[in-house]
Design a protein around this ligand. Structure first.
Ligand SMILES: CC(C)(COP(=O)(O)OP(=O)(O)OC[C@H]1O[C@@H](n2cnc3c(N)ncnc32)[C@H](O)[C@@H]1OP(=O)(O)O)[C@@H](O)C(=O)NCCC(=O)NCCS
Length: 184
């Protein structure tokens, strides 16, 4: 039996955290600067349920070799038809199809929860992630120039998007209420 993808559980917290913190500390592909604590990881997992799912990929020995998630794209209610994906494969386990398994599952989960499109925001020079998203049917829709700085490098963000259905609106319009995000 090969690798399998399933919804993340509380017992996956430390495996997810180890992968997350590796890329926080060792790379510019993540814009976070500070490693995630064990407590913050549990909070993150509790928040990633339902349409904002977290998934893990286990190899044949049951070792978690990658994780992915769907997150709120923006706070303002009208953006609720859109979701943002993230995929991270453990160092040393990349290039073996794990990213594809994770992203394919996230696309299906997003579709099943009625989202209209998925956005990926990728550091400009992250060729593996751009290729992964190309494979999954995402198109390049924009480039934000030097919007980040980490490890003494200016960071572009490329934005890729996959539409999920032809409906004008999805069933996930947010409740009326105050908009929390001062952005657009
Ligand atoms: C990006 C990432 C998720 C891809 O997952 P993966 O398991 O390594 O990739 P897969 O084996 O499923 O292959 C998917 C695509 O990535 C490409 N790829 C994987 N590793 C690569 C590398 N080192 N260099 C170039 N392309 C690479 C594959 O060739 C394939 O593209 P193709 O269909 O054009 O051949 C993974 O490499 C990773 O976690 N990288 C570090 C974290 C990261 O960048 N996450 C994304 C943040 S937006």
């Amino acid at each position: 039996m090969g690798s399998t993808v399933r919804l993340a559980l509380p017992r996956d917290a430390e495996a997810i955290r180890a992968i997350h913190n590796h890329y926080v500390e060792q790379s510019t592909i993540m814009f976070d600067m500070v490693a995630r604590t064990a407590e913050a990881q549990l909070v993150w997992l509790e928040a990633h349920v339902g349409g904002y799912a977290a998934v893990v990929c286990e190899d044949e020995t049951g070792t978690v070799v990658g994780f992915g998630s769907l997150s709120k794209y923006r706070q303002r209610s009208a953006y609720n038809v859109t979701v943002e994906d993230s995929v991270y494969v453990a160092p040393g386990r990349t290039g073996a199809g794990t990213g594809r398994l994770l992203l394919a599952e996230l696309v299906e989960l997003a579709r099943a929860h009625g989202f209209h499109s998925i956005i990926a925001r990728i550091t400009g020079d992250n060729e593996p992630s751009v290729r992964l998203h190309n494979w999954a049917g995402f198109d390049l829709v924009g480039r934000e120039r030097e919007v980040g700085r980490k490890h003494r490098h200016w960071l572009d963000v490329v934005v890729m998007q996959r539409m999920l259905n032809d409906a004008a609106t999805g069933p996930v319009e947010g409740p009326p209420g105050r908009d929390a995000d001062p952005g657009t």
